[in-house]
Design a binder for this molecule. Structure first.
Ligand code: B16
Ligand code: MG
Length: 214
């Protein structure tokens, strides 16, 4: 087989937290009188928390904000977001995703997470995947956000597998760019697939079971 490992983005691939992110940013922005809508929210896909805040603040025209102010705003958003993550459960892991993961593993592939989110361990726990992956590279072990390849390169290193033998699965254009910049092939879903950002642009995650055999 061409691939020895599959590295999955989390939000938008394994589970769907977009609506929770949207509501939390919207609450923070409303509190500051900043215009925010779903089109702006779409630009935050795969982008780290602090880089997302800078995008939200493009519509802010009040007094200058210090670094401490920005950290407070990001923490405020994260508190609202974390609260909503308590609503997630094993019901948020679809059969389609679980069967695909199990199918890939049964084929002998190593499976990893490559997510920008610092909430990755909490989310994996909520959906019943704590301890499932062979490696977890996330917002807690990187210094540069996607489209920088750091999160995927670190995942490949944790697995001990060369980048060209790893397939990245992404829903964000910035994430697909990150995979390519890391020397990996990329299979896309959702927004990134609509934009043709992947080497494969899928309608269903189940297509991975065939892609890895090509
Ligand atoms: P947090 P992914 C990304 O996760 C989300 O797509 C993005 O919207 C979010 O801002 C980022 O994680 C950081 O999340 O605030 O939880 O650290 O798509 O890379 O799995
Ligand atoms: Mg994503």
């Amino acid at each position: 087989m061409k691939f020895q490992a599959v590295i999955f983005d989390l939000d938008g691939v394994i589970c769907f937290t977009d609506e929770y992110h949207y509501r939390a940013w919207k609450a923070m922005a409303d509190g500051m009188g900043i215009y925010f809508d779903r089109t702006i929210n779409n630009r935050l896909r795969g982008v780290s928390r602090m880089a997302s805040l800078e995008i939200v603040l493009e519509k802010y025209d009040g007094p200058a904000l210090s670094q401490a102010d920005k950290e407070r705003l990001a923490a405020q958003k994260n508190d609202i977001y974390r609260e909503s993550l308590h609503e997630m459960s094993t019901a948020d892991l679809s059969d389609e995703v679980k069967e695909t993961l199990d199918g890939l593993r049964a084929m002998g592939l190593k499976l990893a997470i490559g997510s920008s989110s610092k909430n990755t361990p909490f989310i994996l726990g909520q959906i019943g995947l704590a301890g499932y992956f062979d490696a977890v590279s996330d917002g807690n072990n990187i210094t540069r956000s996607k489209p920088d390849p750091e999160v995927f390169v670190k995942a490949a290193q944790m697995l001990g597998i060369a980048p060209e033998r790893c397939l990245v699965v992404e829903d964000a254009v910035s994430g697909a760019e990150a995979g390519h910049a890391g020397g990996m092939k990329v299979a896309c879903l959702g927004d990134a697939a609509k934009n043709g950002a992947g080497d494969w642009n899928m309608e269903s995650i189940r297509e991975l079971l065939d892609i890895v055999k090509e």
